[in-house]
Design a protein around this ligand. Structure first.
Ligand SMILES: NC(=O)c1ccc[n+]([C@@H]2O[C@H](COP(=O)([O-])OP(=O)(O)OC[C@H]3O[C@@H](n4cnc5c(N)ncnc54)[C@H](OP(=O)(O)O)[C@@H]3O)[C@@H](O)[C@H]2O)c1
Length: 407
């Protein structure tokens, strides 16, 4: 019988605790899949264990602490000591990927992080191994389950953002401090990782532009229903003329879009490239046992001796001047000529209107329209112009739209 692989576990919270359970409950299956049994060499928490002695006693380190200071120090020390690392820490990779990948390469050991993006959905393995030679044109998806739950609930119940957020916290789908989820920062870190792997470029978190869902109103969702659209927080990394754009933004999708039916706390990522056309993977994006299953998968792969050679990275231009289609919501005084004036401002900027819904009377009138794909800078310029017109009752609201013909 082979010697057990000794695992040093940093963090025994939601995910770390579930990893311990799986190592015990699934010991036979793990041994068969990896070719060797695995056992814990030591556990570090804020109140237990000493990192240096855990490192000395371990063949492999699993980092499930979160944060970027201690986690970076410990992961670097493990890699420099020639010990492979498995982590689920997206912020660590999005902020310090260069340093960590270089340390792994210098020591000739693996750093694996399947659980850092989209939980249990095996998107990292698919991008780097199954489709390792595909020249991706676009990688996009729902990579934050908290916001997907909130948007699904708002659309279904008509409740306000604040009420649904409180419910998400009660159900454990949102943290007590949900800032990083709802403002798009969590999704941005995951997209930095995915863009880096898909486009072989050292994309970092500060190069990802992101917007969150905090200002989405229930009536945006009810008008969208009338227009046949559903709302998602999307992360998009795409190849464009002259470089790539990596962005996170709330976005309306047409009904037949592969991501439109993904509801609740689920994640889904679509990959596009010449040979693969379009492949979508979906599943739970978080949760202790779910995330732990992805961590165990990485452990099995390393212990079984699989290596994922990292393709060389080259510099790439990160573009911000991109084109989108938009939903535009205007609260206006209901008087003759308003629609014509708005349409003229848009058409003067070369922006064409696809559909319009007009509601209400008096000071409560609303114009809700979808405009065709146009340069975002032009659109923002017209929105500023419209905002200054004297019949506007509040600041215009807009949300990007993915139209059927543009996918
Ligand atoms: N939860 C999920 O569904 C999920 C999904 C995907 C990825 N992740 C990622 O997985 C990682 C772990 O998340 P989690 O939800 O399991 O976190 P958690 O429940 O808060 O657990 C964190 C664990 O790490 C320990 N810890 C934190 N800082 C430490 C430090 N400086 N030194 C030593 N120990 C420290 C904590 O110790 P104490 O026990 O003493 O507090 C605790 O045991 C994070 O990077 C997270 O982003 C989580």
């Amino acid at each position: 019988m082979s010697e057990p692989v000794r695992i040093g576990l940093l963090g025994r919270g939601t995910v770390g605790g579930a990893v311990c359970d799986l190592l015990e409950d699934r010991a036979d299956a793990i041994r068969e899949a990896a070719g060797r049994p695995m056992e814990l060499a030591g556990v570090l928490t804020t109140s237990q264990g000493d990192f240096d002695s855990i490192l000395a006693d371990s063949d492999l380190i699993v980092e499930l602490m979160g944060g970027t200071d201690d986690a970076r120090r410990y992961v670097l020390a493990a890699l420099e000591a020639g010990k492979p690392v498995v982590t689920a820490n997206k912020q660590l990779l999005a902020q310090h990927g260069d340093e960590l990948f270089a340390a792994a390469e210098a020591s000739g050991v693996e750093i694996r992080f399947e659980a850092a993006v989209a939980g249990v959905v095996p998107i990292i393995r698919t991008v780097t191994e199954a489709f390792g030679s595909v020249p991706f044109t676009r990688v996009f998806g729902i990579v934050n389950g908290t916001t997907n739950f909130i948007l699904s609930e708002m659309a279904e119940t008509g409740a306000s953002y604040d009420d649904v957020l409180a419910r998400a916290q009660e159900l454990g789908y949102a943290e007590a401090d949900p800032t990083e989820d709802v403002n798009g920062a969590d999704a941005a870190a995951k997209m930095a990782i995915l863009a880096r792997l898909a486009f072989h470029a050292p994309v970092t978190l500060d190069q990802v532009s992101f917007e969150g869902i905090e200002s989405v109103q229930p009536d945006d969702l009810s008008y969208a229903k009338e227009l046949g659209l559903s709302l998602k927080l999307l992360g998009v990394a795409e190849k464009l003329e002259g470089g790539i754009a990596v962005r996170v933004f709330p976005c309306f999708l047409y009904p037949g879009h592969p991501l439109a039916p993904i509801g609740g706390p689920f994640n889904a990522v679509t990959l596009e490239g010449p040979e693969i056309t379009e492949v979508t993977l979906s599943g739970p994006g978080a949760g202790g046992p779910q995330t732990a299953a992805a961590v165990i998968g990485d452990l099995i792969s390393i212990v079984a001796g699989n290596r994922v050679p990292r393709r060389p990275e080259g510099p790439i231009e990160i573009l911000s001047d991109v084109e989108s289609s938009f939903y535009l919501h205007l609260e206006v005084a209901d008087r003759p000529g308003v629609l014509a004036e708005v349409a003229k401002s848009l058409s003067d900027a070369g922006i064409s209107v696809k559909s319009v819904v007009q509601k209400g009377i008096g000071d409560d009138a609303r114009l809700v329209m979808v405009v065709h794909r146009c340069p975002e800078k032009e659109f923002m310029g017209v929105v500023d112009e419209i905002a200054d017109l004297d019949y506007m009752r509040s600041r215009p609201r807009f949300i990007r739209v993915i139209e059927e013909e543009s996918v």
